[in-house]
Design a protein around this ligand. Structure first.
Ligand SMILES: Nc1ncnc2c1ncn2[C@@H]1O[C@H](COP(=O)(O)OP(=O)(O)OP(=O)(O)O)[C@@H](O)[C@H]1O
Length: 238
């Protein structure tokens, strides 16, 4: 479970996250929408303890990155926009390598089952990652997260650069991770994917959470209208 209360983060003395409050329980997918520079990545950095909070608090399963960033990172799986894997190892070898580094022993059958669950086709699992698409690399990242039993999954722009079929595929894999009990926070510009996948949606503007919705209460058109209204307000203010 992720809990953020009144979080303030400063960059060069500027409040780039300003009083953020949100909660992501286990099994919930939360989409954090916002334009360029809204503070989405900075929020992720604060959860991981890469930037300090100037105010408020972050808790992952009750643990604070300010007190014990290592313990927090043990519970968190972070999939950046481009998941870094060893290009000359296969998907299954990457999974095995990262698990070994984390002290987790996996049988071949366990590894294949994890990759299956993440949505990576069997015939791709033994191929070198060098030839993988972005979506395939993300699936290996998801399998590593599942193997580590991470309780919180952080995704930064998971669907940017993916074609609609690959984005849909990714959404299914993330949904499966949430259904298996992970809390998921996804920073994105992709309104369609947010509407399709998320349980809750927040709109961040200049570091402030200006709107929050239960995804089932609004259709794609209503979400687009709300997002554009806030984006235009941001444009008018700058
Ligand atoms: N290392 C840094 N040093 C100084 N300012 C930074 C740094 N990183 C981010 N910022 C500033 O903090 C603000 C929030 O940036 P952030 O990257 O969190 O936004 P974002 O919502 O993730 O944007 P994008 O969608 O473009 O990735 C921006 O004004 C950005 O210029």
């Amino acid at each position: 479970m992720l809990e953020i209360r009144d979080l303030v983060v400063l960059r060069d003395g500027r409040r780039v996250v300003d009083g953020l409050r949100l909660c992501v329980p286990a099994g919930c997918v939360y989409a954090l929408l916002g334009g360029n520079g809204a503070g989405k990545t900075t929020t992720i950095d604060a959860i991981l303890g890469f930037v300090p909070a100037a105010g408020g608090m972050v808790r992952v399963d009750g643990l604070s990155p300010a007190d014990d960033a290592v313990a927090v990172r043990r519970r968190v799986a972070y999939l950046p926009e481009n998941v870094a894997l060893y290009p000359y190892l296969s998907g299954v070898e990457n999974l095995d390598y990262f698990c070994t580094m984390a002290g987790i022993a996996l049988s071949r059958a366990d590894a294949a089952a994890l990759l299956d669950r993440a949505g990576l086709a069997r015939e791709a699992q033994g191929r070198r990652v060098r030839g993988y698409s972005k979506g395939m690399r993300q699936k290996v990242g998801l399998a590593i997260a599942q193997a580590r039993s991470a309780s919180l999954l952080l995704l930064d722009e998971p669907t940017s650069g993916l074609d609609p079929a690959a984005a849909d595929d990714m959404a299914r894999s993330v949904r499966a991770a949430a259904d298996a009990g992970m809390a998921v926070l996804m920073a994105t510009h992709d309104l369609f994917n947010a509407r399709q996948l998320a349980d809750r949606i927040g709109i961040l503007r200049a570091g402030v959470l200006v709107a929050e919705f239960d995804a089932s209460t609004l259709d794609h058109q209503a979400l687009t209208a709300a997002y554009l209204a806030h984006a235009r307000a941001a444009g008018a203010a700058s």
